[in-house]
Design a protein around this ligand. Structure first.
Ligand SMILES: [Zn+2]
Length: 51
């Protein structure tokens, strides 16, 4: 069992679940688990109510 790679290969974030550790990628970086997860909405363009 390889437990040294507890960080995402892509973004170097710490992985907290066994699946991500096995893949070496977090769910937000792994295209396979990404669909089952919440889509990253950081680039969402919210309409500004004031304008
Ligand atoms: Zn990542």
């Amino acid at each position: 069992m390889c437990t040294r790679d507890n960080y995402c290969r892509r973004c170097r974030r710490e992985l907290h679940d066994a699946t991500s550790r096995t893949r070496g990628m977090g769910p937000e970086c792994d295209p396979l688990t990404r669909v089952q997860h919440h889509p990253t909405t950081d680039v969402v363009q919210d309409p500004i109510p004031g304008l």
